[in-house]
Design a protein around this ligand. Structure first.
Ligand code: GLV
Length: 327
């Protein structure tokens, strides 16, 4: 008789070939139609499961965990894990893992793409062209704000923030940053001589401000009315971190009345829904949470999540364990 394999739920559609290795270790339940499960359905599907590979769409809270006595590991393919209640995971003896590092460079590339598109009004200009409105070249047509030689501000200077900073070398930009913890001198040097400043200075002096901090109740609405009022009128604000870090209603007001020049947003409060008033604004570039979306990186994220569940089933410590006190 074949040994019974532990069961694993793959909560969202994944590259099928990337998951092949898991068959050696688990009996898989997949969701290749990529439905978003309600909390009740998630609880039902997780009955009797050893673990789950998921994305940020799965909310893992105390209520859910209390229904799942057999669950041992939840493994997200994302680096952000604000959808996990880590304390509840530990209390229920469930290991929680994320997928750090593998997306740093791709996400940093996208932060630049969004900053450049915003500063140089790329999507606004394309919409104009597509709408058949381009009749003549104009000296002040779609004039934007300068990127090279300007000052780049980064709020949240973890691994992605540092990767964003390094790219500033090619544009001759000065980099300033604020973070809970100041980097050491060697890290600052590697991050294109990034200069640590307080949050107030960061807001006042950045020409382009990129948000890369994790979401938590403490970082909720880190950028609201008061913060936007401190920014330069010609500045751009780029959010590739999480919705909720910016007060979207306050940002809409600031964009509408020209308090800042523009915003580039990959994440939104309550996504995939978003504030409808963004659609009426020309000075905002909107993308649907795609900063890590290169095929190679998305495969690397799935792979990292697999490594974590395989370690767990072998009785090893998963390399990206978030709640070490569970051990
Ligand atoms: C994406 O937002 C991630 O956290 O990986």
């Amino acid at each position: 008789m074949k040994p019974v394999k532990p069961k694993l739920l793959i909560a969202r559609a994944m590259f099928p070939d990337a998951l092949a290795r898991l068959n050696e270790y688990f009996e898989l339940e997949q969701n290749q139609e990529d439905r978003i499960f309600s909390q009740d359905e998630l609880a039902e599907r997780l009955q009797g499961k050893f673990g789950m590979i998921c994305t940020s769409s799965a909310k893992i809270n105390r209520d859910l965990l209390s229904k799942l006595p057999e669950l041992k590991i939840i493994s997200t393919i994302a680096v952000g894990y604000d959808n996990f209640d880590l304390q509840a995971c530990t209390e229920h003896q469930v290991m929680a893992t994320n997928a750090p590092d593998v997306l740093n460079e791709t996400t940093a590339d996208f932060a630049w793409a969004l900053m450049m598109a915003t500063a140089r009004r790329v999507t606004e200009a394309e919409h104009f062209l597509r709408a058949g409105e381009w009749k003549k070249w104009g000296v002040d047509s779609f004039v934007g704000v300068e990127i090279h030689g300007s000052r780049l501000g980064i709020l949240g200077m973890g691994r992605i923030g540092q990767a964003i900073a390094r790219r500033a070398a090619g544009f001759g930009m000065e980099v300033i940053y604020h973070n809970r913890r100041r980097l050491n001198a060697e890290q600052e040097l590697a991050a294109h001589h990034a200069r640590y400043v307080d949050k107030e200075t960061l807001l006042r002096e950045s020409d382009h401000l990129i948000l890369v901090l994790p979401y938590s109740p403490e970082s909720h609405h880190t950028i609201g009315v008061a913060e936007l009022a401190k920014m330069k009128p010609g500045a751009t604000l780029i959010n590739i971190a999480r919705g909720g870090i910016v007060d979207d209603a306050a940002l809409i007001h600031a964009l509408r009345y020209g308090k800042i020049a523009g915003a580039g947003l990959d994440v939104f409060e309550n996504e995939p829904r978003f504030h409808p008033d963004f659609l009426d604004l020309k000075n905002v570039v909107l993308t649907p949470h795609i900063a890590s979306a290169s095929e190679r990186t998305r495969r690397a994220m799935v792979n990292r999540a697999m490594i974590n569940v395989i370690a767990a089933v072998r009785g090893e410590v998963p390399p990206d364990l978030l709640n070490r006190d569970v051990l």
